[in-house]
Design a protein around this ligand. Structure first.
Ligand code: AMP
Length: 376
């Protein structure tokens, strides 16, 4: 067990690293962040910030030598960085699950081989392979770059086979997957932590609503039948076990015609787990610290219904949002990530909105965000 007083590290300085660092410091750990951005959200709140690229051997050696254990906050860290770190310190999650999650082809192939239900897909490496895939799958389908896609970026919808060539060119001929567009009843996710001893602690299923490919709200409890929630948990735990995963893992699922299909896995805490910060006895970042440090995992209890709503840079279109409106509403808790440039689509913060039931919580979230907009 790595106990409070020790120094732990995180690769990546975004908001997930920031919330990890804050929670770890509350728990009594020292935290080092490695990130190239001098203004990174996590660097601002860490004990130390190593400012270098994720492929910088000197920076990585410094991090490994200074930390009892290192985790990651985003999946696009080079697998070589994790491999290098793991020569001299504990790295959780390990290089393998991160490499699987950062590449859609390997992610979907892993899920398929392990027997988890997913939307029908084909790996596509060339225009010729795309035309075969288009002929084999039902349209409409989504063409997604295999790497570095996030928040719906690097995706195109193909409604007819005549659109395939242009869609592939627009994605610059990168390795892709073509995936059938499934009918969505709802999107849900499960965030869990798994320890090195195989013990698992999972959070309640979140009901997710997206807008323009970006998560907009997460509502808990999810408004789905109990059996489906149980099945979502079983799938998420099954994936974590199959990967022999250690750390916090998020599993995004589609509910399509009453059936669960796995969409994506993320080898880190997740935006759809931010509700745990205010609604659970242990939040997802504490679970990340606990799995990293080999501490006991206790089952998180849901203390209240809640809805989380993201605050994107678009909210700044008429100037600084009216934060006092959030503070004036009972049940709303404001989280901001310390980012100075509000660009459209950029995640700047979120509201966690507590109420007596999920419908009320979601209504409060939508109303609360609206109230932040300066009069225009
Ligand atoms: P992704 O980056 O793959 O998670 O996609 C972003 C969002 O696009 C998802 O959360 C869904 O709302 C939507 N989406 C992605 N893939 C599909 C699909 N195969 N069928 C229907 N909607 C999808």
């Amino acid at each position: 067990m790595i106990l409070p007083g020790a120094t732990i590290g995180v690769l990546g300085g975004g908001q997930l690293g920031r919330m990890f660092a804050i929670r770890a410091r509350i728990m009594g750990y020292r935290v080092i962040v490695l990130d190239p951005d001098p203004l990174s959200p996590a660097g601002q709140v860490a004990d130390r910030h190593i400012r270098c690229g994720f492929d910088d051997p000197a920076g990585l050696s410094d991090l490994a030598a200074s930390c009892a254990a290192v985790t990651t906050e985003f999946e696009n860290v080079p697998a070589t960085a994790l491999a290098l770190l793991s020569c001299s310190t504990i790295v959780r999650p390990g290089p393998r699950p991160v490499a699987i999650a950062q590449d859609r082809i390997s992610e979907k192939s892993f899920l398929q081989h392990a027997g988890f239900a997913i939307a029908p897909f084909r790996a596509v490496g060339s225009a010729a392979e795309l035309s075969v895939a288009v002929a084999e799958l039902h349209l409409p389908a989504l063409l997604k770059t295999s790497r570095f896609g996030y928040d719906g970026k690097g995706q195109a919808t193909i409604e007819a086979s005549s659109e395939a060539d242009e869609a592939f060119r627009n994605l610059e001929g990168a390795a892709c997957i073509l995936e059938e567009r499934v009918e969505l009843d709802m999107e849900v996710s499960v965030v869990l932590g798994r320890g090195a001893d195989g013990q698992v602690a999972a959070f309640p299923v979140g009901e997710n609503r997206h807008r323009d490919g970006i998560l907009e709200t997460t509502t808990v409890p999810a408004r789905i039948p109990e059996g489906l929630a149980r099945e979502a948990h079983e799938i998420a735990v099954g994936i974590a076990n199959e990967l022999d995963y250690v750390g916090v893992l998020a599993v995004e699922l589609f509910v399509s015609r009453g059936r669960l299909l796995v969409n994506e896995i993320a080898p880190r805490p997740h935006n759809s787990g931010h509700y745990t910060l205010d609604a659970c006895s242990v939040d997802q970042f504490e679970l990340q610290v606990r799995t990293l440090c080999g501490l006991p995992l206790t089952a998180p209890r849901l203390l209240t219904p809640i809805a989380m709503i993201n605050l994107l840079g678009d909210l700044w279109c008429r100037g600084e949002p009216r934060w006092e409106q959030a503070f004036a509403r009972p049940g709303i808790r404001l989280h901001l990530y310390g980012k100075s440039e509000p660009r459209p689509g950029r995640k700047m913060g979120h509201l966690n909105c507590l109420a007596d039931g999920p419908d009320e919580a979601l209504a409060l979230a939508l109303e609360g965000r609206e109230a932040l907009l300066p009069a225009g």
